[in-house]
Design a protein around this ligand. Structure first.
Ligand SMILES: Nc1ncnc2c1ncn2[C@@H]1O[C@H](COP(=O)(O)OP(=O)(O)OP(=O)(O)O)[C@@H](O)[C@H]1O
Length: 619
């Protein structure tokens, strides 16, 4: 990820090269690169420190002390603004964005709203009742439509991306009418008032009127989230704003002083980077309440100065976790500890919790990727956003299998495929790199998918494709450790597929079901995983069933009964060999449906679940 703090660090690490690149006619004198001015002629009045503790700073002593960091120098020398300098610097440093195998979502741009500049009821309401200045109303380009406030979200280039309409009167239930244009890109409100593109700090509020109040308090670049506080989909705007926010070194999170505001701040900081986010504590619920209560500018600026980073302190007290412990014993209705498996027999017994890694193991061809694939479709149906690094299978093949499983069908029709892929498109991100990829690159891509798209489930298929030798035990341990660490740090779930040591294709005894000890490679792989699931395919039973079917086809006596008897035995066994934070460990028989590639926990050839529906006519 290449937000400003990272670009700055990378530039500082290569300060001498940057100075040479920007001011090629300069000379090195001790720790300083000296030039005549930002025009680059030879001289000694502009000095850029390129070594030691002050590396990355510069000053033009002839120009009244202009100076700053290397990004300021980039802007000054090239005569461009900060976003443009960041783009150039990223290119120069080779910090490219990861690419995903999926189309970017397209949004409708709203019609220009029919309204006038506020002049009567709306102006009166905003200035008298809400205490805002006329300058704020103008700067945010607010419109008036009778007794409705028109709140446009204009992007920095002037494009109208989103419009909200807010009535100023309350209905009988005391509520104000509010509506937004449907199908538009959810973006932040307030870029239209942020005219200085070189500002490196911004303030995020939980409402348009709060952003305008923050403007009146003189706060840097006030913006409002579009859908209020809370987590998850409420903060979906991050996807659209991720790159525009990359220029801010400090992001003040001044969301409401309540649980929803805290939850939003937590989600935003986790995705935009805790190091640059600070939670602001206000003396009232929000900026507008502060404004109306007469809180002074000085007090508000002091609140920003006192804002703390949201990074968790290393040292905690048990009471910090009281609510979390209560939640583990007595989950609130409608909440779950993680994502569940699709099979009724395991309902409530196995959870894929945030901050954990699950290891899937089994012999080659046992169906590890396929069982996991079914579990992922079900998790997506439960609300997961999943990023898959399928290093063994090309994206189209993976999607073919997913389409069968999601549709519970052998050969979906073309319209149905399009419907299913549309469904998958909302829930899956594919890192389409078949072949070996290092753990560092993988985590970099995952990091981006987590931050930008809010993915909370990640898949590595498989460990063998991380470029590690089968006998490189230290490398394997390190790779798994890094993935576990990352899962804990980000509060996400990672599924890792790893081959089992025994490649037993014929033995049908129960002893063949893979266990934690059977993982190929170092024992540390399974020790570091929170959960270990073994997948076993009973090839002996498959052979016997096939034989019985052949006999039945030839009309052999008793063959039909034998087919029924054998078909009732599960041909696949899932072994939950370890579940660190759960009470269940044990085996569960599954029946594989070769048509849909789905697995079932009861023998029911007509069962299974259609995750994506299409009206029958089209199917
Ligand atoms: N129980 C089963 N019955 C019939 N075919 C199966 C079964 N399980 C898997 N297969 C088939 O075996 C092939 C391999 O499946 P899958 O890729 O899921 O296995 P895997 O355990 O991940 O293997 P590998 O470790 O080699 O990648 C696929 O074509 C799949 O459809």
């Amino acid at each position: 990820m290449t937000e400003i703090t990272e670009v700055k660090r990378a530039l500082t690490d290569r300060a001498l090269e940057v100075a040479e690149h920007l001011l090629p006619r300069g000379v090195l004198e001790g720790r300083e690169w000296c030039a005549g001015s930002i025009q680059g002629e030879p001289g000694r009045s502009l000095k850029a420190c390129v070594k030691g503790a002050k590396a990355g700073t510069w000053c033009d002593f002839a120009e009244g002390g202009d100076g700053g960091d290397l990004l300021d120098l980039w802007c000054a020398v090239k005569g461009i603004d900060l976003p443009a300098a960041l783009d150039e610097a990223r290119g120069w440093l080779g910090l490219e964005k990861p690419r995903f195998e999926k189309r970017e979502r397209t949004y409708r741009r709203p019609e220009k709203p029919r309204c006038t500049a506020p002049q009567s009821a709306v102006l009166e309401y905003l200035t008298r009742e809400r205490g805002l200045s006329v300058e704020a109303v103008r700067a945010f380009r607010i419109g008036e439509q009778g007794r409705t406030i028109v709140l446009p979200s204009l992007l920095p280039d002037g494009t109208l991306a989103f419009v909200k309409y807010l009535g100023i009167d309350r209905d009988a239930a005391g509520k104000k009418a509010i509506r937004a244009e449907a199908g538009c890109e959810p973006v932040l409100f307030g870029w239209q008032a942020a005219t200085n593109r070189n500002v490196r700090e911004c303030t995020i509020t939980e409402g348009e009127i709060d952003a305008m109040s923050a403007f009146d308090y003189g706060l840097p670049c006030p913006l409002s989230v579009p859908f209020g506080g809370g987590k998850g989909a409420k903060q979906q705007w991050i996807e659209a704003e991720f790159e525009r926010l990359a220029r801010f070194e400090v992001i003040y999170l001044a969301l409401d002083m309540d649980a929803e505001g805290d939850a939003a701040a937590e989600e935003i900081a986790g995705r935009l980077g805790r190091h640059r986010c600070r939670r602001v504590r206000l003396p009232h619920k929000d900026f507008n309440e502060c404004l109306r209560a007469g809180v002074t500018r000085e007090d508000i600026h002091a609140a920003l100065d006192a804002a703390k980073p949201l990074d968790p302190d290393g040292l905690c007290r048990p009471s910090d976790f009281t609510d979390a412990v209560v939640g583990l014993f007595w989950p609130k209705p409608g909440t779950r500890p993680g994502y569940a498996l699709p099979w009724g027999k395991l309902a409530g017994k196995v959870w894929f919790r945030p901050g954990e890694l699950t290891l899937w193991t089994g012999a080659t061809g046992a169906g590890k990727s396929q069982v996991l694939g079914h579990a992922l479709i079900d998790a997506a149906d439960q609300g997961a956003r999943i990023c898959i690094a399928s290093l063994e299978m090309a994206p189209a093949q993976l999607l073919r299998r997913a389409a069968k499983q999601a549709g519970n069908t052998d050969r979906p029709t073309e319209p149905y495929i399009r419907e299913i892929v549309g469904w998958l498109d909302e829930r899956f991100w594919l890192f389409g790199h078949v072949g070996k990829a290092g753990t560092a690159r993988l985590i970099e891509v995952f990091e981006y998918a987590r931050a930008r798209y809010g993915c909370d489930v990640f898949v590595v298929d498989s460990l063998m494709r991380l470029g590690l030798g089968t006998d490189d035990y230290t490398g394997q341990e390190k790779a798994v450790f890094e993935l576990v660490n990352w899962a804990v740090d980000k509060g996400v779930h990672v599924h890792l597929v790893a081959h089992a040591r025994k490649q037993d294709r014929t033995n049908g005894s129960a002893g063949s079901v893979p266990d934690a000890e059977d993982v190929k490679g170092t024992s540390e792989i399974a020790s570091n995983a929170a959960n270990v699931i073994g997948v076993w395919r009973n090839r002996k039973l498959e052979g016997e069933l096939q034989q019985a079917r052949d006999m039945a086809e030839r009309g052999a006596a008793g063959a039909d009964a034998l087919v029924r008897e054998l078909a009732d035995k599960p041909p696949v066994v899932l072994n939950v060999a370890k579940q660190r934070n759960g009470d269940f460990e044990g085996k569960c028989g599954l029946w594989f449906d070769p048509a849909s590639y789905q697995y079932r926990s009861v023998h029911d050839p007509a069962g299974g679940r259609e995750y994506v529906r299409l009206d029958r006519g089209a199917q």
